[in-house]
Structures are given as C-alpha cells and as structure tokens.
Ligand binder design. Structure first.
Ligand SMILES: [Cu+2]
Length: 283
C-alpha cells in the first residue's frame, strides 16, 4: 500500500486529474472533485462508525452480544441514501458531459480565423460559430506528427505545414484536433488540456482545447503501442496569435527551402550516372 501510495503517477494532480490548461480539462477535474468529496464523506462516516463500534463494543469478560435480526428502517434508509448519491453523481456527469465534449468559441484575443477550415466528416465537432483552428494529430510508431490544416486548398493536409513532437498553438483560440494513426492504435493525452483520445488506423477521432495563457503543456501516448511507446511524448506550446502566425510562416519557409533543395538534388541526380541511373536501367 505504501509503495502504491508513493507511486509518482498517483500524485499527478494530487488526488484528481491535472487540469488548468483548457475548460474541458477543468470540467473533467470538477467531476472528479465532486465524486472524490462525496466518497471522502462516506469513507470517513463508514470507517468512523466501524472504529467506534470496534472500540465501544469490544469483547470483555462476561459480555454477551445482543442477538438481533435485521433493521428494516436502517436498511431502507441506506438503500434510498445510496440511490440518491448515485442519482446526483449521474446527473452532474450528464450535465458536465456537454461542456467536456462540445468546443466553445474562441476568445476575443484569439487568432483571427475568417472561415472554418474544417471540412465535414462523420463525428466532427466544431464550436457554435464554426470557427476553429484545425490541426491533424497523427500517431506514428513512435512520434506524434501535427499537420496545420487550412494553409492550402487541400482538405487532406497535403502541402500544409507540419511539425513533430511539439505542437504550437495560439492562445484564446479554439483548437480542434483530428486524431488519426498510420500504423497501430495510439492514445493522445495532454492531461492539462483534456481527456485521452485514441488514434485508431482508419478512423478519425476528435477533441478540442482552448488555452488561455501562454505556456507548455506536456503529455504522452497513453496506449501501449510497441517497444518505443515510453518515448512517445508530446508537448503543446501556446503562444500569442501574432507569435503563432510568425511561427507558422517560419515552418512554411523551412519546408519550402527543403523542398527546393530536394528538387535540385533530384534534377542533379537524374543527369548523372549513379544510384538513380542504375535504378532506372534496372526497370
Ligand atoms: Cu504509445
């Protein structure tokens, strides 16, 4: 029990999940808080009554236990009591689910998105005004790749800027994540920004977050995906919208430069005998 209690992950967010990065994560933590406090009250009451009974009615010489059978009023009482507690927890959960699942609109200081860049697919989510920044999260053994959709007219992200490991996003902006996988099942999870979302080959799953203040939010793949699973970590960096635009332009410039260089090399190789020529003649 001591070893279990000292496990670092047990203290990830003291007693409830990490939160504070995005409203959906806060609602998840709120539900945990409610359940935890209700459970704490019950735990203290039950254990207290047990300890009291053990001490007050402990065995002594000449003491005879009272013989009785059942207590109808008590039994009906605790059945109704338990049902009430479960009803309250279920109601609170269903009320919260909406604010965990459905994205909100971007804030006033967010990135200016003139039009929703997301195209319709089954199960897609979007904020009430339809405007959000959409990023595709691709799980790959053993790295996360992010494609910043909407920078070209290609709806599938071909030609859009991308990055690995570190995702850069603007603050006060609703970010919709399209979570996919190209090999095995992975699970996207940045605890402070919301719950886990599985990345399943052939399917697209959705989640969202909206970060109020600049900062780094760390997470990891949370579904055993192979021997490099432990290294499959991720980081979301929130910056001001102006800084984000600067960063995305920089990424585009880097990718354009790399593409240009690759074209030069290809042109050069095709004119020379060597690996490329051998490959061609072998066909
Ligand atoms: Cu993994």
């Amino acid at each position: 029990m001591a070893a279990l209690a000292l496990a670092p992950s047990a203290f990830a967010g003291t007693f409830t999940p990490e939160s504070g990065g995005s409203p959906n994560a806060n609602h998840i933590a709120g539900l945990y808080d409610l359940t935890l406090y209700v459970a704490l009250v019950i735990f203290v009451a039950v254990e207290g009554a047990l300890a009291y009974a053990l001490i007050r009615f402990r065995a002594r010489k000449g003491r005879v236990a009272k013989q009785m059978h059942g207590n109808t009023r008590l039994e009906i009482g605790w059945t109704i009591g338990a049902a009430l507690i479960v009803t309250v927890l279920a109601a609170a959960t269903f009320i919260s689910l909406h604010s965990i699942r459905d994205p909100v609109n971007s804030g006033p200081g967010g990135l200016d998105i003139s039009d929703g860049v997301q195209y319709e697919t089954t199960g897609a989510i979007k904020p009430p005004n339809g405007r959000a920044l959409t990023i595709q999260v691709n799980g790959i053994q053993y790295i996360w790749r992010y494609t910043y959709l909407g920078n070209t007219s290609n709806p599938d992200g071909l030609g859009d800027p991308y990055s690995y490991y570190q995702m850069v996003v603007p603050t006060n902006t609703t970010v919709i994540l399209k979570v996919v996988s190209q090999d095995v099942v992975h699970s996207w999870w940045i605890p402070q920004l919301g719950g886990k979302v599985q990345a399943v080959p052939g399917y697209t799953n959705y989640t969202w977050f909206k970060i109020a203040k600049p900062g780094n939010y760390k997470g990891q793949c949370s579904f055993l995906c192979g021997r490099g699973h432990a290294r499959m970590i991720a980081e979301v960096t929130a910056v001001s919208p102006a800084r984000y635009v600067q960063w995305i332009n920089q990424q585009k410039a880097y990718l354009a430069a790399a593409d240009a260089q690759a074209s030069t090399f290809r042109a050069e190789l095709s004119g020379k005998p060597g690996a490329a020529a051998v490959e061609l003649t072998n066909k």
